[in-house]
Design a protein around this ligand. Sequence first.
Ligand code: SAM
Length: 210
Amino acid sequence: MTRAQQRALAQLWQEYGIADEPAVLDFATVFERGGPVEMEIGFGDGEMLCDLAQRYPDTNYLGIDVYRPGIGSLLLKLKRQRITNVRAICADAALVVAQRIPVSSLAAVYLLFPDPWPKKRHHKRRLLQQVFLDQLRERLRLGGRLHIATDWQAYAEQILMHAAQVPGLTRIVADGSEALRAEKRPRTRFERRGQRLGHPVWELLFQRTA
Ligand SMILES: C[S@@+](CC[C@H](N)C(=O)[O-])C[C@H]1O[C@@H](n2cnc3c(N)ncnc32)[C@H](O)[C@@H]1O
């Protein structure tokens, strides 16, 4: 962790952080206003979260990650760019979603380049399993979107297989994943690195339909 990240965690967490406790969140209290809430799981250094928050100032953004240096980077960006519509939780997203996110509350969920855990014996650690996909569906509002991207083909196939078992979570098929990506989200840092290495990206977009 850099000194700047350490300082940010010490000085800015009060302003942008949400305490790690098991109570269900009241978004109006958390963001000190109403409005739609979108959530990013595994925001890395927070680049995309800041980009979205600036482009859509009327939307509230909730970021969840476990990596403290990345959270420090997010806090620095929020302060420097004077962003007020983002809050962060430092905890395992599986627990946060199960315990803290109200049902039918989210306009969108982003999960971009989740850790692929390539070794077979580690597949059980992958976040996007059927039960979790169903919990995400339940936390979305009707019509809300779940946006997933990965550069790991086998993970993409597993996600599609599990999502097909979740009633009420419908895949939105668009012509050309590139157009879909550009319309909905900026490229992430991890994605740019993959691009330099020539990795293709699987863009998976779902909607809560029931
Ligand atoms: C491969 S990185 C991708 C970061 C960013 N989305 C990007 O595309 O540049 C995966 C991120 O997910 C976070 N992460 C992994 N497991 C998590 C969990 N169970 N709960 C919350 N965050 C998690 C990691 O700390 C890391 O920041």
